[in-house]
Ligand binder design. Sequence first.
Ligand SMILES: Cc1cc2nc3c(=O)[nH]c(=O)nc-3n(C[C@H](O)[C@H](O)[C@H](O)COP(=O)(O)OP(=O)(O)OC[C@H]3O[C@@H](n4cnc5c(N)ncnc54)[C@H](O)[C@@H]3O)c2cc1C
Length: 381
Amino acid sequence: MLIEKERKLGRKLLATGNGRCNLMNAGAPVYFGDEAFAREALNACGAKEVGAFFESIGLAFFEEEQGRCYPLSRQAGSVLDALTGCINTFPEGCVLTETEALHINKTKAGFEVITNRGSFFAEKLLLAAGSPAAPKLGGTDSLIEVLRGLGHQSLPFSPALSALICKAKDIKGLSGLRVPCTLTLYADGKLKDAASGEALFTDYGVSGLCAMQLARAANEGLEQGRAVALGLDFSALLGLKVPEYRRLTLEEARPADKAAILKLLEKREKLLGKGRLYTGLLPFQMAVKLKAMSNNMAADWLGDLRLPVSGVKGFEQAQVASGGLLCAKFEPETMRSKLVPGLYAAGEILNVDGDTGGFNLLFAWACGILAAKDISKSLKD
Ligand SMILES: Cc1cc2nc3c(=O)[nH]c(=O)nc-3n(C[C@H](O)[C@H](O)[C@H](O)COP(=O)(O)OP(=O)(O)OC[C@H]3O[C@@H](n4cnc5c(N)ncnc54)[C@H](O)[C@@H]3O)c2cc1C
């Protein structure tokens, strides 16, 4: 029996990967929180096994650059169809939507789950209730308290992949603009994290996946009372760097080559004159900002624009949350609770969050498969 509080199954799933669903990642895992637990679980059921599961239920998918996998249809709906189609093949299977689990009592025979539509009894219980990220798509932490009552401890949830708030006059007027960019995050002037991709300027700051990847480091710095700043390097926009779409190590986050930017500006000035220096090179809104600056100032702006970060957007805008149930009390090969016999947990409710690129869904699928295998094995024994 599957219990879902929303009117339809898989609301968050349908929104993943901009509706294309970045199903999983076949590359090297990048996880935070109880990272070692995630690694052990994925050793027991990694991208190969998850891929084989999806193939077995009829979902065709392909691998893009950096291990990102998507359904061949490029539609998240195909993933949901494959999963629900599979449930429908079990005559004894039952899906209850608009049914919210409100409380869980441990009984001698298993569990009593109290919902808004009455109580249900189960020998085994798998909790896959997610996190409070994206509440409009069903995100909630409502079951964490119930789990605490059963003896499981948790860390508070925080938005982990979310946009950065940096209201600064330097980016005023750029709202809506999407540009290739290398982003660096500093706390008290010290480099903490870096990512490369497309930055999206908004009226509150900077969004886009590469900015969201820096939210964890920004949150950490702000919680410690440090001065947090975002560095933006537009060398890729100027054609001086190949645009990349990935998290960078601190060693890879090299400063922009200011001399090369200056040389480019000087060459264009000779060719086109000061008045048309940025025409055909920069988006109009950026060109307007830079035209009053000296070449030296413009090179600083384009190579290492620093914006003070005052916050990270909340759960409403977050794709994933950090925090959740501490994994030490679960077995990574089976997802079994070490405290409550018959109880299992899967996915984002656990204190594991992954990088962008399909790592969060991969972990959720892997946990579900491991728990299901263990449950069916124990019911057969
Ligand atoms: C916009 C967006 C895009 C994303 N894109 C990607 C991507 O491309 N690739 C990727 O890997 N990850 C992506 N993620 C993250 C990914 O969607 C989540 O990490 C993943 O869905 C977590 O799976 P889950 O099963 O743990 O939780 P969820 O998918 O959140 O499912 C939990 C379900 O439990 C239900 N529920 C909660 N409490 C109760 C209750 N008390 N009673 C009954 N039902 C309850 C909820 O309604 C929900 O349907 C994205 C997230 C968002 C918001």
